[in-house]
Write a protein of this length. Sequence first.
Length: 223
Amino acid sequence: MPMTPVNAPNRYACLRQLIPYAVRATRTAPLAVAAAAALLLAGGPALAGGVRMTDVVLLMRAGAVLIAVGAAFVLDDPAARTTEVVPLPRWLPRAVRGTLAVLCAGCAWAGVVVLGTFATNPDERPLLPAGGLTLEALALLSLVLALAALGLRLTPGGGGALAAPGTVLCVLVGALLPLPDAARPFAQPLSQAWDTSRWTWAAVLCAAAATAVALCREPGPRT
């Protein structure tokens, strides 16, 4: 059934009412638990200090995977069937959820970076590539959101089904973390593969972010 068009003032009023609902309905609990686990993972070594940079990098990457696992649930909407008649495009609540996920994940990752920096041996601390690791974390988050957005096209949008592909992806990525430089995307800092791998992660980030935005929009009418 086509939705009745609404004028701009009514659309803005609906949007103001929608945002608090979308925020409350967002499944932030998995993201909060994952963020807490990531912070604890980085916080333990930070209390001891003097950890080798390679070990800190591994822990920070594990934290990025945990945060991405938590973010896999944010687009899951068990009430999708009951909100189809809202006179607003469905991509708006998805955008609200996605923005909330990025903000929460960003705050958690900032904490991981700070703790990881304090945990690193003072002699190696200036060499810790926080920017390069942040690029990896953003790419993983974008991949998870793109998979969740794909799930929105393939399912009604609820029950945890959207989070499954992203969770599986993060588990697979986590299994690759301990591998040596042969796993090129997870090259060690200061290695020959590091600079090349940054271009790989940048390409993944751009492609995944563009895919997530495209999939969150309404599908075009079928002719």
